[in-house]
Design a protein around this ligand. Structure first.
Ligand code: SF4
Length: 777
């Protein structure tokens, strides 16, 4: 009876977000199947296409060929739900408020995690962070109450862990305003990281547009054992594919090896798919999913296990489905990997790490170890780490370096506390931080190494990202990403040359100690417990229209938004403000750390714009030059040119905007008067974010043209009006006239990927302006 109830067409509305209405999705998929002449589909395609608003419209020109869809068609999708973290939720909700709706069209959740500092331990850090960020948390809470969005307050946990524990379910399609949203793919969902403006599409019921991704299959064979862990699958894959290898793809795992993974392990793998630029990653339905759904006991989601079981065939790739590319990994041969520094794709197997560290002149010692975060704080991760700590404890060893543990959620924290794991951590010198992002996002108030230290130091973390200055604000801290097992073993050695699989540690009594491989439990034997009640929101909040959302005009943390100006209808004429050299991630474009506090105040946060960028023409960081040669900080020159009415363009190299879904990296340049970003290539989320904010993102048709451009050159579009008249043609080529300072002129070709809808964003000045116009019509 239960199965029939929850997998039928009449799923009660309040359960829709929790148990996908499989029958409806399958019905839509059958329409898609007819359009593609019954060709076998990958799982990614099945979930995505079953969420199309209108398959016949979206797939009209595919002529029955999947290759005419993948990488070609723009899909208009109806996501099932939206999750927002506190830093990005501020701007998402400020934008949502401008649309004048009284409630959201799909269920949403807000998670207070990024603004919590990590320093002394959970209690103290949380109290201080709540006091420091009260205005922002109050704003988010009042938005939650007014619009009926679930509010997960500070201390409740990290967005992705909470989503995995509460909302993710096989076949779900969701958006999250954070680049690691794909974490939910570990439970068989399609979960995509987006900017706030995309979240507003879903929250307002406006079809959300995505260029149909290609599908990259990762075939897993063999099985994990010993020291190898799910983290090593993705750190190894990042080494194979690089930070750009997943761009334009959904990564879909398949093969017998999948069966040896836990659900939370699959989430770790999907989480770090963001590090290879993938749109998202997902896994076919497994018994591990059923076990996790049942153990996490989410009323009424435990019924989802029954429903998913029944729809087993829907939740896996069709027999014979073809991938655009396939990578194979034999789990039985997989070694632990250590990735870094400064880029997540610099992957070194542990057996070679010591030699590589010496060769590269990396520090010879490790200065701190950090485990947990949204990437690696499952029960399995924590119990494996504790198994190593207990071995060391029995041998009389104490950690040599500071050790921090960040639980991903109150549920995990309370469960590992009940089972004695927290006690073991603390007795052995670990500092257990709040259930929040803390050191993973620059909110590490580190006391042993100063932010301005010019000496390199190395840290080992089980986090997912390692750009410069990301953790402690120090550009010379080298973050090496690895499994919690490797981090935990390393805190007892502190030597970069230490390989716990083969090496021993000398004990004071003259004996030597060698770790045995870690062992852990996939799920707690006694089940999960929820923990402190105060961390849990109302299960099904209803909008309360009488709630006031206050934003003080005096605030330096929050600022209501003024709409951006619509396109004038003329060609764009812009001066080159800066040519950026090399890697330019969203951390370079819109730094986090101390700047996070201004996420809700566009003017104030814009003073961080591109302050991490290297000027190609001078080699300086955060320096740009005015037409008369005067030197400015980059945001200061942007502001000056804005005040002078001089639109500008920034020119850059490959994978511009790599990293997070941070939409301030698009909002701030737009706010400061930018019109065009012209690069060799873009990271997907950032390119979309630029389009959403009414900017024109262009790539060089010939990369060599990057070298022909100089600061202060005048770049004028030649056929923009033509392109707009043709609704963008779903991408194409634009001519650009370059006028050098000495008056010489030449033309270059630039490519764009604007869809018909994105052209409307550009014309209206932003996607939000466009949605507002539609709602008013
Ligand atoms: Fe938080 Fe780090 Fe996870 Fe982002 S990657 S959600 S900052 S813990």
């Amino acid at each position: 009876a239960t199965q029939a109830k929850y997998s039928s067409l009449d799923v009660p509305q309040e359960y829709v977000s929790r148990t996908p209405p499989y029958a409806k999705l399958i019905e839509k998929l059958n329409v898609v199947k007819k359009i593609v002449d019954n060709k076998p589909l990958t799982l990614a395609e099945k979930i995505l296409y079953s969420h199309l608003v209108d398959p016949e419209e979206s797939l009209a020109s595919c002529k029955g060929q999947l290759s005419n869809i993948r990488g070609q068609e723009y899909l208009k999708l109806n996501p099932d739900r939206v999750a927002m973290q506190d830093a990005s939720a501020q701007m998402a909700l400020l934008q949502f408020m401008t649309c004048g709706m009284s409630k959201t069209a799909v269920p949403g959740s807000i998670h207070c995690d990024h603004l919590i500092v990590g320093k002394d331990g959970a209690e103290d850090d949380l109290t201080k962070s709540i006091a420091t960020n009260k205005e922002v948390f109050d704003f988010l809470q009042s938005c939650g109450e007014k619009y009926g969005i679930q509010f997960w307050g500070p201390g409740s946990g990290i967005i992705h862990q909470i989503v995995l524990e509460n909302f993710s379910v096989p076949g779900l399609m969701m958006l999250g305003t954070d680049s690691h949203t794909p974490n939910a793919g570990g439970l068989g969902a399609i979960a995509i990281g987006v900017g706030g403006a995309d979240a507003v599409d879903a929250l307002t019921g406006t079809p959300w547009e995505l260029k149909a991704p290609k599908v990259l299959g990762v075939k897993l064979t063999g099985h994990l054992s010993g020291w190898s862990s799910p983290k090593d699958v993705i750190t190894h894959l990042a080494g194979i594919l690089t930070v750009r290898g997943g761009t334009g793809y959904i990564v879909e795992y398949f093969g017998d090896g999948v069966e040896s993974l836990s659900c939370t392990g699959m989430a770790t793998i999907c989480n770090m798919g963001a590090e290879i630029g993938a749109t998202t990653s997902t896994f076919p339905y497994q018994d591990a999913h059923r076990r996790y759904l049942i153990q996490t006991d989410r009323e009424p989601i435990s019924k989802a296990a029954d429903a998913a079981n029944k729809e087993f065939n829907f939740l896996r790739a069709d027999e014979g489905a073809e991938y655009d590319k396939v990578v194979e990994i034999n789990l039985s041969e997989l070694e632990p990997h250590v990735n870094g520094p400064f880029t997540p794709d610099l992957s070194t197997p542990i057996s070679k790490f010591g030699d590589t560290a010496k060769k590269e002149n990396w520090p010879s010692t490790v200065s701190a170890g950090l485990i947990g975060s949204c990437t690696n704080s499952s029960y399995q991760d924590m119990s494996r780490a504790v198994s190593l700590i207990k071995q060391a404890e029995d041998a009389g060893l104490r950690p040599k370096i500071p050790f921090f543990v960040t639980p991903g959620s109150e549920q995990i924290r309370a469960t590992i506390e009940r089972d004695g794991l927290i006690d073991t951590f603390e007795k052995n010198g670990a500092i257990v931080l709040a259930n929040a992002c803390g050191p993973c996002i620059g909110q590490w108030d580190r006391t042993d190494v100063s932010k301005t230290s010019t000496e390199s130091n190395a840290i080992f973390t089980s986090f997912n990202r390692n750009f410069r200055a990301r953790n402690d604000g120090n550009r010379n801290t080298m973050n090496f990403l690895t499994s919690p097992d490797m981090v935990t073993a390393m805190i007892y050695s502190g030597d970069m040359n230490f390989n716990p699989i083969t090496d021993s540690i000398q004990l004071e009594n003259g004996k030597s100690f060698k770790f045995q491989a870690p062992v852990g439990e996939e799920l707690p034997n006694s089940g999960f417990i929820k923990g402190r009640k105060e961390f849990y929101p109302e299960a099904n909040p209803q909008p309360k229209t009488d709630v006031e959302v206050n934003v003080s005009p005096e605030s330096d943390r929050l600022q209501l938004l003024d709409p951006f100006q619509p396109w004038s209808g003329d060609e764009l004429s812009t001066n080159v403000l800066l040519r950026v050299e090399g890697k330019c991630t969203t951390d370079h474009i819109s730094a986090a750390g101390a700047w996070l506090k201004y996420k809700g105040h566009l003017e104030n946060i814009s003073y961080n714009t591109l302050i991490g960028a290297v000027n190609k023409d001078t080699g300086e960081v955060n320096k740009a030059y005015d037409l008369n040669g005067d030197q400015y900080g980059i945001p200061e020159l942007m502001m000056k040119w804005k005040d002078e009415g001089r639109p500008w363009v920034v020119v850059a190299e490959h994978n511009y905007g790599e990293g997070s879904a941070r939409e301030h990296a698009a909002l701030s340049p737009r706010f400061l008067g930018g019109s065009i970003i012209l690069v060799k290539s873009f990271a997907r989320i950032h390119e979309t974010n630029l389009k959403k904010q009414g900017m024109l993102p262009l790539t060089f048709a010939d990369e060599a043209d990057y070298d022909k451009i100089s600061p202060c050159d005048l770049l004028t579009t030649v056929d923009l009006k033509d392109m707009i008249a043709k609704d963008g043609n779903n991408g194409g080529v634009l001519r650009m006239k370059v006028t050098k300072k000495d008056g010489t002129e030449f033309e270059i070709l630039c490519k764009h990927t604007m869809s018909k809808d994105q052209i409307e964003f550009f014309k209206a000045g932003s996607a939000i302006n466009h949605i507002g116009n539609l709602k008013r019509e």
